[in-house]
Design a protein. Sequence first.
Length: 313
Amino acid sequence: MKMRAVILSEYGGSDVLRVVEVPTPQPGDGQIRIRVAAAALNPADALIRSGALASRVPAREYYIPGLDVAGTVDALGGGVRGFAVGDAVIGLSDWPDTQAGTHAEYVVLPATAVAAAPRHASPVQAATLPLNGLTARQALDLLAAADGATVAITGAAGAVGGYLVELAAARGLRVVAVAGSQDRELVGKLGATLFVPRSEDPAAAIRATVPGGVAGLIDAAALAGSVIGAVEDGGTFVSVLGAGPAAERGIRVSQVRVHSDAVQLAELAALADAGSVTLRVDRTMPFAEAAAAHDALASRGLRGRIVLVPRWS
């Protein structure tokens, strides 16, 4: 049995991506095969394509990119409970550990990486939730800020940053959103209490708004050393991209390393159904135009995810 998939057999620019027929994966014990209805495109997919993760994966004839998926259960491996064929689901592939790419007609994932899809969202909308939502949730867990604390979020209008603002506000945190001036209204609607426009000295700008500094900061814009000065002595700094800056003044610095978690994913889906998190789609594109989608991803200013859908020609 064959399926169509977006593959790369060499590393490079978007031109290395091809749509071909490959063997359809079969679910083993504890696994679920999903018929893909939509799959978000993330910066991690560009890293896979570029070869930035090559040292972490074994040499293979080809790789299928893609981490997010929304679709329906197509087949169940042994021992899987709580799912039935035809169920609408979402999931996260722990690429590069799994190398189970979602930019294909089918993907096999562990049942522990899959949850019921939000009931009130389309597959395209739902496909934006797993990677970015779990990144935000797990970053906030690392931040471990006390209820009512004031925290800052850089890149607050981006795909991850938007979830961070909403989830932080839902936890009772006072959010200082750092974003472009044009995004003031957006981040306010997402739940930010205070707004700081991007500047050449973001730490000083945040301290001008919050004298004494914030209790914690989640850096979704890779500002690193230029923004750690905004954190109070003994506070917490969580990096979304990269290892982050060197620790100083007793500040605890950590990096979120997102991983699949069906329980957390189910909680996020419930929040989406309750309207507490916003599923933002920048545009949809067919799998047949995967290369053009990667080129579009490289442009700045996206305020939601590009989502690929199974049209192959």
